[in-house]
Design a protein around this ligand. Structure first.
Ligand code: HSE
Length: 430
């Protein structure tokens, strides 16, 4: 039986999971692939900490170049993260004719175009299934299973930390800051949570999904990004009363040849599949013109889930190496320009929360403003006044984003409207 040789750079949580999987599941891997996937070396600056994986003597080294420069190693697995040293290691590995497997979404969402050009030049591939959705094989689904489709829409719950916080805010009726602190203490959220809660991690993943779906390199800077810090317990509660849940969504839609590319907290029906993706779980909902609606669900992070996707990529690379066959084309044409759509041009239903004076004629005034802006109200609910001001919740029919923004600007100037209006889009998954 033939063998491929693998080197892993980065022996953190995911690196340990990949090593463990290769060492423990060698028999089933050999049976399924027809070759031995041999883990030859792991590099990490920390060669001392026990990661709970028993490695053969001498396998763990501190110098990544011992992997990159080893002519016997066919596949280099980059698991150190970040966008500087990781980029250098990947570039060097590609230049030496090695296939690369990575889970590094931040790197691909910023330097993907450059790295893939280097890979093409050296007739090797970069595989990156674990970069979006962790253990969920959603990129394979998009690139292979749905290859016959024009992609109309992708909605993704792609950050487990945010989904965990939003889920606990709803179930425990507790504020964002309290849940975030508890999540940090339990090790679910990072000490610096900004990458997650401000939506940047989701934006990296959205850029990768959009690039694959529409065949043009989008970067994280193309994604209009809003995180979950502004989601209040009130909004979670009011949304729940009206049959919705608030989720941080990657929203990727084709609109007349252009792409709407956003990360934003949005309402989804509690009865929908996405509405029932709770806790740390991730899901990607993809609508194709041929297949219709599909959804992929699972663990978006963690040692074993991510290792599952990384090892699958290693095994694919092994086939191409042993068969001398080219990897599947990425389907991204560098010259194929595609613009993003200003959110002003997009349409959706909206949730609007206003803090209004509880006086005669206020409801008529508010609905007048919306009517003048061409926005049709689907439902209006006013909470029993506890003070001089009360909360009014409006759900609109489909409305153009620019019209809603204009209406909110006008409402914000009314003396009867206290505090800035709160608006979230509603994704009805139709
Ligand atoms: N920090 C991410 C999450 C996982 O919370 O889902 C890595 O992308």
């Amino acid at each position: 039986m033939k063998s491929i040789h693998i080197g892993i750079i980065g022996f953190g949580t995911v690196g340990a999971g990949v090593a463990e999987t290769l060492l423990n599941n060698g028999d089933i891997i050999a049976k399924r692939t027809g070759y031995h996937a041999v883990l030859k070396r792991i590099a990490d600056l920390d060669t001392v900490t026990d990661r709970g994986v028993k490695l053969p003597e001498g396998m763990l080294v501190s110098d990544a170049m011992q992997i990159i420069d080893d002519p016997e190693i066919d596949v280099v697995v980059e698991l150190i993260g970040g966008t500087t040293i990781a980029a250098t290691f990947i570039q060097k590995a590609l230049e030496r004719g090695k296939h690369v497997v990575t889970a590094n979404k931040a790197l691909l969402a910023t330097q993907g175009k450059k790295l893939f050009a280097i890979a093409r030049e050296h007739h090797v591939d970069i595989a990156f299934e674990a970069s979006v959705g962790g253990g969920i094989p959603c990129l394979k689904a998009l690139r292979e299973g749905l290859a016959a489709n024009r992609i109309k829409c992708i909605l993704g719950i792609l950050n487990g930390t945010c989904n965990y916080i939003l889920t606990r805010m709803e179930s425990e009726r507790t504020d964002f800051e309290v849940i975030l602190k508890a999540a940090q203490e339990a090790g679910y959220a990072e000490a610096n949570p900004s990458l997650d809660v401000d939506g940047f991690d989701t934006a990296h993943k959205a850029a990768i999904l959009a690039s694959l779906a529409y065949g043009h390199w989008f970067t994280a800077s193309d994604v209009l990004t809003q995180g979950i810090r502004n989601v209040t317990l009130d909004d979670i509660q009011f949304a729940a009363d009206m049959g919705f849940r608030i989720k941080l969504l990657a929203v990727i839609k084709e609109l007349n040849g252009r792409v709407q590319l956003q990360v934003r907290p949005s309402l989804v029906p509690v009865t929908s599949l996405l509405g029932n993706v709770n806790g740390v779980f991730n899901a990607v909902w993809i609508q194709g013109d041929v297949v219709g609606n599909t959804m992929y669900y699972g663990r978006g992070a963690g040692r074993q889930a991510t290792a599952s996707a990384v090892v699958a990529d290693i095994l694919d690379a092994g086939f191409h190496i042993l068969d001398h066959s080219p990897a599947r084309p990425l389907g991204i044409d560098d010259d194929d320009a595609m613009e993003t759509v200003s959110p002003d041009e997009s349409y959706s239903r909206h949730y609007i929360r206003l803090q209004i004076a509880d006086r005669p004629g206020v409801l008529a005034k508010v609905s007048g403003v919306l009517g003048d802006c061409g926005i049709s109200i689907s439902t209006a609910t006013q909470k029993e006044a506890q003070a001089a001001y009360t909360q009014m919740i409006l759900i609109t029919h489909q409305a153009r984003e620019s019209a809603v923004r204009k209406a909110m600007e006008i409402l914000d100037t009314l003396p009867e409207v206290h505090e800035k209006p709160v608006v979230f889009c509603i994704e009805t998954l139709e």
